[in-house]
Unconditional design. Structure first.
Length: 258
């Protein structure tokens, strides 16, 4: 099975000089499915070029990122919702709560999060969830939905074992990227308790590049480096990680072509 990058921002805005080459490197590395995460209503226009150039490899999510929730959130939500009808959209994201830097729009973030979760439920679309410094609040909102109503990946997972176990019981997957390769990453101890069957691979490119590229621009081509680290943690082959995480990705993102 080919690799799936379940969360990337691989479009020309971040790779203005070598976009096509960056995508081709990913494909050459066996990463043949890349899911582009939305941030606001302007993101889909930027992602469209990627989909047109690489229609067999690029797939899109639509969502309003919590850090983009401002005073005009109602108008922005309307624009985002209208984009859900695009045939290339395979999910809702990245959405969630982020109280790390600023809690000015805390209540608005919670309202926006809940409404987008309702869209996902009603349209039967999977989710890419961004949760930072707000796990208890996010879980409280997610618990308004019945088990099985939502399918989701906890993107760039930064919670502890309790949050991971809760997510897995809900059928959610844990998104693992370059952070797992960092020397003191808590993920190295947490993942064996989560189980390989509950993990999907991601890059969050151009951010959070894995070792040995830490601190530099990330690319979807670096997914095999993340897979190798996970293989080392579980003491299995990279092929085993590739096959299992790809199967997991298709379980969550069921509109993603095989």
């Amino acid at each position: 099975m080919p690799f799936v990058d379940t969360h990337t921002h691989l479009y020309r805005e971040y790779y203005p000089e070598d976009f096509e080459a960056v995508v081709q490197r990913a494909i050459n590395a066996g990463v043949t499915r890349m899911i582009l995460a939305g941030v606001d209503s302007k993101t889909p226009a930027q992602m469209q070029e990627a989909v047109e150039l690489f229609p067999d490899n690029m797939f899109t999510l639509v969502g309003l990122h919590p850090e983009e929730v401002k005073a005009d959130y109602e108008a922005e939500l309307e624009r985002v919702q209208a984009q859900l009808s695009d045939r290339n959209v395979i999910g809702v994201g990245e959405i969630g709560l982020d109280y790390y830097w600023d809690r000015t729009f805390e209540k608005e973030q919670e309202e926006v999060f809940y409404r987008q979760l309702c869209w996902a439920r009603d349209l039967q679309l999977p989710l890419s969830l961004h949760i930072r410094s707000a796990y208890s609040e996010a879980i409280g909102i997610l618990q308004r939905f019945k088990p099985g109503e939502l399918k989701a990946v906890l993107h760039c997972f930064s919670g502890g074992i309790q949050e991971a176990e809760w997510a897995v019981k809900r059928g959610f997957a844990i998104g693992v990227g370059g952070i797992v390769t960092f020397k003191n990453s808590k993920l190295q101890e947490l993942l064996p308790k989560v189980g390989l069957e509950n993990i999907v691979l991601e890059t969050d490119a151009p951010y959070l590049a894995p070792v040995p590229h830490r601190g530099k621009r990330n690319e979807s081509a670096y997914i095999p480096l993340v897979a190798q680290k996970i293989a080392d943690i579980f003491q299995v082959s990279v092929a085993t990680v590739e096959n299992q995480t790809t199967e997991n990705a298709h379980r969550i993102f069921d509109k993603l072509p095989l």
